[in-house]
Design a protein around this ligand. Structure first.
Ligand code: SF4
Ligand code: SF4
Ligand code: SF4
Length: 432
């Protein structure tokens, strides 16, 4: 039942979290990584590297017992989760507490034995970062990474999920014994059906016989000028690794060189959303995206701020925080609680040719305070309320004063942290 504040009595107050629910927790198991991608935030860091201490994770799990709306743990952040020595245990504990478990990974450390452990632990979703559709282009963004290895590893993970699922259901277990033996012996890469030379279909021109598995696979692709032409070829890789979603994000330039790679121009936008006598609302119907229509549609999309397509108001992605609005928080590897992954760390980046410094924002540390007391503290609750209203100054459009060089304050007097320059809140940057 949904509570309202009117239901509350002095004897039975409505817990604050039921009117401001916490639904999803982004957990950063470590900020160490096995790669050094050209797009990585870590190029603008001077932070110590560490793995999340186990007591911090235990405190999170214990604290979540007071949050009945909490449904999902997403292991993501700015490091490779598989590097945490107790990562499968983290997944298992969350799973045993009834939480859905998702993770994002570069998949280079995903051996077959580790994949089996993750499936046994109860992993529900695996999103792999792929930024090119050949070894060369993927390696250009992610030096040292092999797309071929990644494809084989993710397929092996999916196979473990399918196999364990059918084993649990006790269906045709004998059929899987040979597979299990081979995958243990070879790590999957020598299995004929896992052969993915040149990234063609695993069984060329034939049916992929791999059974369906409960594990959900996704792909994250960071689109840039240098790799956008490869986007269509991602479909074959998605079919190959049985991905059920492909999430494309823009790049946030953390270095000056990356500024030439962006694919968004950030035209002026309205902050009213519904159109005005100087900025009309364009309402577009369903129509073919063809050579006849594309030029007009793209011109309108890039020049008009108020646009609705199929009655979906595209302005929703202006001034819409994809973390606070659905009710999430972020727990850094240091044990600190932040309102979103982008505010877990301090870093500089480039927005509209302007160098900007984002200072990290944290409302407490799980080694010092309970999750509930952090969530309910007035400054944190007040910040969430400000983000839901989103009455921040539109620095991305304006760039008119030095306040835009940081996230400390804006010209409307909003206190730290201010979000008027956040590209996640404009739908330009995305994450799973
Ligand atoms: S895999 Fe992620 S955390 Fe690691 S270097 Fe690449 S972008 Fe950074
Ligand atoms: S608007 Fe951006 S910076 Fe502000 S809380 Fe949301 S994601 Fe974080
Ligand atoms: S704070 Fe400065 S840059 Fe931001 S909207 Fe106000 S005047 Fe413009």
């Amino acid at each position: 039942m949904k509570h309202t504040e009117l239901d509350a009595t002095e004897e039975n107050p409505i817990p604050a979290q039921s009117v401001d629910p916490l639904t999803k927790i982004y957990v950063e198991p470590t900020n160490r990584c096995n790669l050094s991608c050209v797009t990585c935030i870590r190029h603008s860091w001077d932070e110590p590297f560490e793995d999340m201490a186990w007591p911090v994770y235990q405190a999170l799990m214990e604290g979540l017992a007071n949050f009945s709306d909490a449904k999902t743990i997403a292991f993501a952040g700015f490091g490779e989760p598989l590097l945490h020595p107790r990562f499968p245990e983290m997944v298992r504990l969350a799973h045993e507490n009834g939480l859905r478990t998702e993770m994002t990974s570069n998949a280079m450390l995903l051996t077959s034995p580790l994949a089996e452990r993750l499936i046994d632990a109860g992993l529900d979703q695996f999103t792999v970062s792929i930024d090119g559709t050949s070894d060369e282009s993927h390696g250009a963004v992610r030096p040292g990474a092999s797309l071929k290895e990644i494809i084989n590893s993710v397929r092996t993970l999916y196979w473990w999920s399918a196999t364990k699922c059918s084993t649990q259901l006790d269906i045709e277990t004998s059929l899987h014994e040979d597979f299990l033996r081979k995958i243990k012996d070879t790590g999957g890469s020598e299995l004929g059906f896992l052969g993915t030379a040149d990234f063609q279909f695993p069984i060329k021109d034939g049916l992929d016989l791999m059974p369906s598995a409960p594990l959900k696979i996704g792909i994250e692709f960071v689109a840039m000028k240098s790799n956008i032409h490869e986007l269509p070829a991602l479909q074959k890789i998605a079919e190959n690794i049985r991905a059920s979603f492909i999430l494309v994000s823009n790049v946030l330039p953390y270095t000056a060189e990356l500024q030439n790679e962006i694919l968004y121009s950030l035209e002026p936008t309205s902050h009213e959303g519904q159109g005005s006598d100087r900025n009309p609302n364009w309402i577009l119907p369903k129509m073919d995206w063809s050579l006849d229509t594309l030029k007009s549609i793209s011109t309108i999309s890039s020049q008009q701020a108020n646009l609705s397509y199929l009655d979906i108001d595209l302005n929703q992605r202006n001034n819409y925080c994809p973390f606070i609005r659905p009710g999430s928080l972020a727990l850094s590897c240091h044990g600190t609680v932040s309102p979103c992954p982008p505010l877990m760390h301090s870093y500089s980046c480039y927005i509209r040719d302007r160098k900007k410094f984002f200072r990290r924002c944290e409302y407490g540390n799980l080694m010092e305070q309970s999750l509930e007391s952090i969530w309910l503290q007035p400054d944190y609750a007040g910040f969430r309320e400000r983000v839901r209203k989103f009455e921040f100054s539109p620095c991305t459009d304006c760039s008119g004063c030095e306040f835009a060089d940081g996230n400390e304050i804006d010209c409307q007097g909003n206190p730290f942290p201010v979000c008027g320059d956040c590209l996640w809140a404009r739908g330009i940057l995305r994450c799973a």
